[in-house]
Design a protein around this ligand. Structure first.
Ligand code: ADP
Length: 503
């Protein structure tokens, strides 16, 4: 049976639209192993996507079967995500840095039909997905096929799941945010309407693939007919290499968390003068410390700095251009108004909508780009997909974000903080409860507490673990070291202090 062509309401349909119009235009520009720039045109990306899709299709999977994709952002991994989208196979992205224990808990949760990894990565023997494969520029190689399914249908619907992104969960387990094709496509169309990027843009993406900021970069670059420029992890490690790469790849728009800019601002700010082609910088994920933001503005004169605010549950909620120069006396950055087609409403503790400027409330987001729910977690879903506070009677759900904001005179919002124990570490969302849960699962640790501590203009995580048993000295130190080792590098506590119970 011929596979039905995915509609424009499918992520593949939207992102590969330019393939038929401008097949020769570069879709992805990346550095190869030797650091040389390599271009993949829209036509070549589409061809690779179709090659992967043909192999996936041959496995007999059903719409809705999950595929874990372990890779960094590259032309090949983008093709893999698009191939999954074309067939209605939700993808679950994980970065190569993800510890085995975390990957295993994601695999246990989503029970994927296939774990597909970039070809240069070693297989993960401890992670038991049904099927196993690797992929690269030459194709997708299945090492262990999953069991064949009885297919219910082959047509992919707009309401089918496009992807699941795992974020930190307060109960100590990662939480899977399920996004449908309709939601992500609606969101990306809003970005087109707001002209976040255009066909002339070369968009640098710096976030690891398991974060939706990476999916945002892929989506924004390709849906607007521009070029995606993934920055390699090794290049992000040095300001000189990062700036040199952005310059050589003629990047016009840079996406990244605020801390991306910290090393270059601290150690070699003059390097920023080399970024002649950069016209805009989009940052998101946490507040940009104002002294650093002012410095970045000084070093990148005329560059549009955009404060992206939002959460994985709807990809993002608003994009606000930072005033240039930032007025003296600014205490908090504006997160402005919601993007096209969405609305942010502030609600106070009594459940009343805040209308008076100067007052603070929790942000509730109404948008057709909302996530479907948390994977296999109806309770957590019900806690955040709630009745619309403006008019609950029509039964529509909105997102209760947990973020607090202050209402400005023109209805614009300024971010104030969280209403719970979620924190951001260099733009990575972490529930302190998940760190504590991870630490207490280690043998010999009976309880744990994690906090965010300010350090030299930045902030770091610190934890204390209570060890059971009478040992002290080197055993406690060894245990607390192993406690740190079991956390993903992005949210590994900088310090883990062993404590013993009082007797
Ligand atoms: P993102 O990928 O946008 O970081 P996450 O789901 O990882 O999304 O984290 C969402 C949370 O990050 C928000 O609920 C908010 O607390 C915080 N956040 C995101 N963007 C901003 C911003 N621009 N300013 C302040 N906090 C932000």
């Amino acid at each position: 049976m011929e596979r039905p062509r995915p509609s424009a309401d499918n992520l593949y349909g939207l992102l590969m639209g330019p393939a038929s119009v401008t097949p020769d235009k570069p879709a992805v520009v990346e550095a190869d192993g030797a650091g040389t720039l390599r271009e993949t045109s829209y036509g070549a990306l589409d061809a690779l996507t179709r090659r992967y899709a043909a192999v996936l299709d041959g496995l007999g999977l059903d719409v809705g079967d999950r595929v874990v994709v372990e890779a960094d952002t590259s032309a090949a991994s983008v093709a893999m995500l698009l191939a999954c989208s074309m067939l209605g196979l939700p993808f679950v992205t994980v970065g190569p840095q993800t510890p085995d224990t975390r990957l295993a808990s994601i695999v246990d949760a989503v029970e994927p039909a296939l774990h597909a990894r970039a070809e240069h990565l070693a297989p993960r023997e401890r992670v038991r997905a049904q099927g196993r494969a690797h992929f690269g520029p030459d194709g997708l190689v299945v090492e262990r096929p999953p069991a064949r399914r009885v297919r219910r249908r082959r047509e992919v619907l707009a309401t089918d799941t496009a992807y699941i992104v795992f974020t930190s969960g307060s109960t100590g387990r990662p939480k899977g945010v399920v996004m449908s094709h309709r939601s992500i496509v609606t969101f990306l169309r809003a970005m087109l309407q707001d002209r976040l990027a255009g066909p002339g843009d070369r968009v640098a993406s710096t976030s690891p693939l398991q974060f939706d900021f990476a999916l945002f970069g892929i989506g924004v670059a390709l849906s607007s007919g521009g070029t995606l420029v993934p920055v390699r992890r090794e290049d992000l490690g040095s300001p000189r290499r990062m700036i040199g790469f952005l310059r050589d790849a003629a990047v016009t728009q840079v996406h990244g968390v605020p801390s991306l800019w910290r090393p270059v601002l601290r150690h070699d700010p003059d390097l920023l003068k080399e970024l002649h082609r950069v016209a805009s910088v989009v940052f998101a994920g946490e507040e940009f410390p104002l002294p650093e933001l002012r410095r970045l503005q000084e070093m990148l004169p005329g560059v549009r700095l955009v404060n992206g605010y939002g959460a994985t549950e709807s990809m993002a909620a608003s994009f606000t251009v930072v005033p240039d120069p930032l007025p003296a006396g600014t205490e908090r950055l504006s997160i402005g108004h919601a993007h096209a087609g969405a609305e942010m409403t502030l609600v106070d503790e009594a459940g009343e909508v805040v209308t008076e400027p100067g007052r603070t409330g929790e942000i509730y987001l109404r948008t057709p780009a909302l996530f479907t729910g948390y994977w296999n977690d109806p309770e957590a879903t019900a806690a955040v997909l709630v009745d619309d506070p403006v008019e609950p009677r029509h039964g529509q759900k909105v997102l209760r974000t947990g973020d607090l904001a202050r209402l400005g005179a023109d209805g614009e919002l300024s971010f104030v903080g969280r209403s719970d124990f979620q924190v951001q570490i260099h733009g990575n969302r972490v529930e302190l409860g998940e760190i504590e849960g991870t630490l207490t699962r280690i043998a010999g640790v009976s309880s744990a507490a994690a906090v965010l501590v300010p350090r030299a203009g930045d902030h770091v995580l610190a934890a204390a673990v209570v060890l059971d048993g009478p040992e002290g000295g080197s055993t406690s130190r060894r245990r607390s070291r192993s406690a740190r080792g079991s956390c993903p590098p992005t949210w590994c506590p900088a310090r883990c202090t062993p404590c013993r119970s009082f007797r």
